[in-house]
Design a protein around this ligand. Structure first.
Ligand SMILES: Nc1ncnc2c1ncn2[C@@H]1O[C@H](COP(=O)(O)OP(=O)(O)OP(=O)(O)O)[C@@H](O)[C@H]1O
Ligand SMILES: [Mg+2]
Length: 366
């Protein structure tokens, strides 16, 4: 199997009711890449994927796969396969026959079909389960059957629409590693849709962060996490303490932001000018007890022990500041105790004001 590259050129998708679910989008996905599209419910992920697979025609722009314009090609004529959240396996057919099903439709003789299906089952480590039926498998095993079945038709691009969302937490994290391994083994291009940032960060070569029909940033997990391009990306990917304010001074690549909780120095990657309305973002793991180039005072209101980590929550002038630290055994402060918190300018970021993710930390400040 071999992956192909996928290019979107100015693709927008407007539904018949006039709603533009995907704003004009340019995107290039490399052959053999594990590419995730990450965004909240309703942002247009499935719509975008259905346009790549051919179930929805773009209202404007072009979809190219391996350099070939896909206009006018129906889903069966495209080098893609699609895996949905509900897997639609045939419950009365054996696992092997489920995987071989698509090959029969292509006129492959029975013996070849069975041999090929057996190979694919080995690829997803289910060679011992070939004779069972799907209801006799675990959720994760069923997921792997669906992957084997999708790969049977040798797609160059596998489109996965939240395929793990029906699984429990433990199985989901196990399947992340499995999916990643299968993708590397086959070299097929994976376009993986999820609203789960943990999934996107652990599996992907690159991630597109999508909000309200628009791709706001494309980058590696590290780039998106450490250098979010928009207030939305900063608040949707990972946790952040967020303070609203106004740029007070600019010095090279740093700025000072004035907030209701004080004035803080932070990185200013987008070169915002004095007076610009802005947000300050500080990751909970970047806030320290005591030392730091920036200082904010709060009193401890809650301690959540998470095994190796401890999450502390402080009340700073009526707003919550979260601090994540490794659990060293002794908890450093009592509830109610007043503590000076610090963070370094290099660990803080100012970005232009804009929509925030609904799942982010609560808005702090003015
Ligand atoms: N057939 C349709 N007609 C009109 N609007 C639609 C149609 N299908 C989807 N939409 C709207 O388009 C937007 C994007 O929907 P889409 O299914 O692509 O979102 P999504 O990002 O996949 O969300 P989720 O994570 O919940 O699956 C939503 O606002 C949705 O209500
Ligand atoms: Mg969807």
């Amino acid at each position: 199997m071999r992956g192909k590259d996928v290019t979107l050129e100015g693709v927008s998708i407007t539904y018949p009711n006039g709603f533009m679910a995907v704003q004009p989008t340019d995107l290039q996905i490399a052959a053999g890449e594990f590419f995730s599209i990450l965004g909240p419910s309703g942002c247009g992920k499935t719509t975008l994927l259905r346009t790549v697979s051919g179930f929805v025609a773009p209202s404007a722009g072009r979809v190219l796969i391996g350099g070939e314009d896909q206009a006018g090609r129906n889903p069966n004529a495209r080098p893609t396969a699609l895996i949905f959240q509900n897997l639609a396996l045939f419950p009365l057919m054996s696992v092997l026959d489920n995987v071989a099903f698509g090959l029969e439709a292509r006129g492959m003789p029975k013996r070849e079909r069975r041999a090929r299906a057996a190979e694919l089952l080995a690829l997803v480590a289910l060679q011992d389960q070939a004779d069972k039926t799907p209801p006799e498998l675990s959720g994760g095993q069923r997921q792997r059957v669906a992957i084997a079945r999708a790969l049977a038709v040798e797609p160059a691009v596998l489109l996965l629409d939240e395929p793990l969302s029906a699984l429990d937490l433990k199985l989901r994290s196990h399947m992340r590693a499995e999916l990643r391994a299968i993708q590397k083994k086959t070299g097929v291009t994976f376009i993986y849709i999820t609203h789960d940032q943990g999934e996107a960060l652990t599996m992907s070569d690159r991630i597109a962060v999508m909000n309200a029909g628009r791709i706001e940033q494309v980058g590696t997990g590290d780039e998106v996490y450490s250098n979010p391009a928009t207030a939305f990306a900063a608040s949707f990917v990972g946790e952040s303490n967020i303070l609203k304010g106004r740029i007070d001074a600019v010095d090279g690549t740093e700025a000072r932001i004035e907030t209701a909780r004080g004035t803080f120095a932070a990185r200013n990657p987008q070169g915002m000018a004095v007076g610009a309305p802005a947000y300050l973002f500080v990751r909970p793991e970047a806030v320290r007890l005591g030392a730091g180039g920036n200082r904010i005072d709060g009193h401890l209101t809650r301690r959540d022990l998470e095994g190796p980590f401890v999450n502390l929550f402080f009340d700073a002038g009526g707003e919550e500041i979260a601090v994540h630290m490794t659990n060293t055994g002794a908890l450093p402060h009592d509830l109610g105790e007043s503590v000076a918190l610090g963070f370094e300018p290099a660990d803080a970021l100012v970005l232009p004001e804009g929509p925030l993710a609904a799942t982010g930390q609560e808005l702090v400040g003015a």
